[in-house]
Design a protein around this ligand. Sequence first.
Ligand code: PMP
Length: 356
Amino acid sequence: MSNKVNNFLRDDIDSLKEYKIVDSKGMIKLDAMENPFDLDLNFEITGLSSGSSNLNRYPDANCESLRKKLRAKYKIGKDHNIIFGNGSDELIQLICLAFLKSKNTVLAPSPSFSMYEKISRVLGLKFKNVSLKNDFSLDLSLMLKKIAEFNPAIIFLAYPNNPTGNLWSKKDILEIINKSNGVVVIDEAYGAFSGQSFVTEINKYENLVIMKTLSKIGFAGIRLGYLFGENSLINNINKLRLPFNINSVSQKISDLSFENNEYIDEQIKDLIKLKDKLTNQMKDISKVKVYESKTNFVLFKILDKSANDVFNYLISCNILIKNISSSPGLENCLRVTVGSEQENNLFIQSLKKSLI
Ligand code: PMP
């Protein structure tokens, strides 16, 4: 029986789909770009029942302690500000909310991170994809053509890109920023692995914002993303933020992650080495085409077998990777997150078996 409230639901509700997360219980989890290593938090949870992070109080609405640490770490001056999100997903949503006007278009290269399109469309913004070249590099002339045609309010550029793993030309991106009237969001979710960043460029371009997250470097569970940009732009986006969106536990743990970060830097270095090793092992498999990655994941194409069959075989071996083989431009492609050495070896063994 249909619920009487259904008549009030938005008209497009039947066409919307929830973001499905596969149940990964008991599996080797190589699907979501998490850090496979243990954290060295070195703090007591009881520290959360007293002082500024007392759990019976609302959290610090402005995340002042974190803000101070990030200002120092990234040398953010007084003309620029920071906004925090419950993961960078929430920041993407806040940016879209701030530029929510019926005429406005959001633009992003394709393939790229699916949430740019999903969030834009759910909010009713127009969305345009601009295809990458066959090698997944940016098609600069096509991008500039579409920018001139649609005058996008927002352009999302993942640097490095997910799910392709590559880093686009900095020169091309600067040209895009120069030619855009709207805001250009450089999403550096994987910046720790590429070692490249646009953060210092915010001093030169008032329409540039930089988004980062703790999710890929070991803290996916606390959901913390942050966005840097020019004061008035960040302050306007901040008007759309719900109060207290970053809870006390997340603030406390992210605070500590910036104090005690040597081991995180070591883990990142190890993950880069493991990614290089995994890439080389995969390149030795003849039925697989491997794409170079500047991230903690590797995109690969299955050459003469169905990627769905390979994915399902891996599931039968208790290994969960990401099946993106039905996404436009990624036909028969799969994406594996870099795990521990042992997890990667098990993945390689099973991948080889799946291709026999
Ligand atoms: N940007 C990119 C490019 C991503 O791949 C992801 C996560 N897959 C996100 C943003 C969102 O990250 P989070 O919400 O965990 O900060």
